[in-house]
Design a protein around this ligand. Structure first.
Ligand code: NDP
Length: 462
């Protein structure tokens, strides 16, 4: 399938950075190899004094994987992008420098801020609307602000430059396929929607456990922690899709309105010592690999008390979900990787006498990356038909051919903000977690400890 590209130039700021090399360029290469980038010019810019050769070398390395799998037209497209690209050295925060480059580019332009968050903000502050070619799209990376107030301030700066539907606040966690898989499951199956509420669902858990530790990312992670890094952004978005009211369509306006309405009804309530937990990993072993104590990792300031595992219970105060706990958890250096949403149904009101065996609540599990569906049901037998047993129905859900950042860029290039976080929602996600961050900063919730490679602190396992 070839999508219509409206953008003529993709300008990546921070072209020498980690995100660009490891995620953005490989994502772009997959898109290009599948014919989604007709006529697109790629331009790189950064503060590094790179030569054109260094930039081309970076492209070759990042494109290699897609190139090896591409058919002849895909290879031609990758070559065309490689041939037409250029690198520019500039300080994006210096008055006039970014504007000067923009004036030379063919519009409409998508400006991708693959920069440290503070630099992105300064770069936007240095721009005026007249300096942007018509139709410019601004692509902002996470974290979007560091609390509700700073997110609101950043939104004001962006709103002065381009309309909201030309701002892409990236959330690469939820690819388009995953979003549509959740919506398809919920709204295309009449047996699910009537029971998808407080009368029939006891709790919803959204878990993102990693078996990876810090992996040298102290510079970013130690200032963020699990709550900001994963829950504030990604897991609240998953929760919203699991809980929204049925939208009339899956276009960006209907869907993002539904998500915004749901998040406005959501909060984490005090007492935070009851409704939130935090912990940090100590030395341990994961799959035979020795992992050092987080506090001893290079670049970590132990006194900051950054959590590597966070869990919060979100309440959704509306008719459908009143009283149903939504438990969101994410952490690093755990015994196994587990990425799923688990919906636990209430037990049946009466089990006919005569049945034996275990009657456990039905659970529906949606696994993320690869996307899967698992439904645990109680059935009779085998052998004794009166004895209840557990059976699992399993399905693979549709996968995307594109890498997560390929899907992000596809939305940017085709002018579809469906996958990006709308401004009001970005602020609301901070509004939900700000009180918890403050309570943790006051030490109202103890920072527990767990050995790397364990399932978490004692008593946490779900
Ligand atoms: P890096 O520090 O690796 O790269 C930042 C880039 O910005 C460098 O190329 C740097 O150039 C450039 N830069 C800094 N200051 C200026 C300036 N004044 N003018 C022009 N260029 C400048 O960061 P990442 O690539 O890791 O992250 C970029 C963004 O992406 C961040 O917001 C991060 O939170 C987000 N992100 C990153 C992920 C990752 O896995 N890396 C994942 C998800 C989000 P120089 O080296 O010369 O200073």
């Amino acid at each position: 399938m070839t999508s219509q590209t409206t953008i003529k130039t993709l300008l990546i700021l921070g072209a020498s950075g980690d995100l660009t090399g490891r995620l953005l360029l490989p994502g772009l290469a997959r898109l290009a190899a599948r014919g989604h980038t007709p006529g697109l010019t790629l331009v790189g810019a950064g503060s590094d004094d790179w030569t054109q050769e260094q930039w081309l070398e970076r492209l070759e390395t990042s494109f290699a994987d897609a190139n090896s799998q591409a058919d002849s037209s895909g290879k031609r497209e990758l070559k065309r992008i490689h041939k037409g690209t250029g690198y520019h050295q500039l300080d994006v925060t210096a008055a006039g420098q970014l504007a000067g480059l923009l004036a030379t580019l063919k519009g409409p332009v998508a400006v991708y801020f693959a920069l440290p968050p503070k630099i992105s903000q300064l770069a936007c502050e240095a721009l005026t609307p007249e300096q942007l070619p018509a139709g410019t799209r601004l692509v902002m990376e996470k974290p979007f602000g560091s609390n509700e107030e700073s997110a609101r301030h950043l939104n004001k700066i962006l709103a002065a430059l381009v309309p909201e539907d030309h701002i892409h606040r990236v959330d690469h966690f939820l690819g388009k396929a995953t979003v549509l898989n959740i919506l398809g499951l919920r709204f295309a199956n009449n047996f699910l929607e009537p029971v998808w509420n407080r009368d029939h669902i006891a709790k919803v858990e959204i878990i993102f456990d990693e078996d990876l530790a810090l992996e040298g990312r102290a510079r970013y992670y130690d200032g963020a922690g699990a709550l900001r890094d994963m829950i504030q952004s990604h897991l609240l978005q998953v929760m919203a899709l699991m809980a929204i009211e049925p939208p009339a369509s899956v276009d960006e306006r209907d869907l993002r309105d539904a998500v915004a309405t749901l998040l406005r009804a959501s909060s984490i309530k005090a007492p935070y010592a009851k409704n939130t937990r935090r912990a940090r990993y100590a030395a341990g072993t994961i799959d035979g690999r020795k992992v050092p104590d987080y506090a001893q990792e290079t670049g970590v300031d132990a006194a900051r008390g950054t959590e590597t595992l966070a869990e919060v219970q979100v309440s959704i105060d509306n008719w459908r979900w009143q009283g149903v706990p939504f438990l969101l958890r994410s952490g690093k250096a755990l015994s196994s990787a587990r990425k799923e949403a688990v919906v636990t149904f209430r037990p049946p009101p009466h089990l006919p006498q005569g049945f034996t065996g275990v009657d456990s609540p039905n659970q529906l599990r949606i696994g993320f990356g690869p996307d899967t569906l698992q439904f645990d049901v109680d059935v009779n037998g085998p052998g004794d038909v009166l004895s209840l047993d557990r059976a699992t129905l399993h399905a693979e859900l549709s996968a995307s051919e594109l890498l997560p950042y390929g899907e992000v860029l596809e939305g940017v290039l085709s002018g579809d903000p469906l996958l990006s976080v709308r401004g009001d929602t970005a602020e609301d996600c901070w509004r939900i977690i700000d009180p918890v961050l403050k309570a943790w900063a006051r030490d109202s919730v103890p920072l527990e400890e767990y050995a790397a490679g364990s399932p978490g602190p004692e008593g946490w396992a779900t």
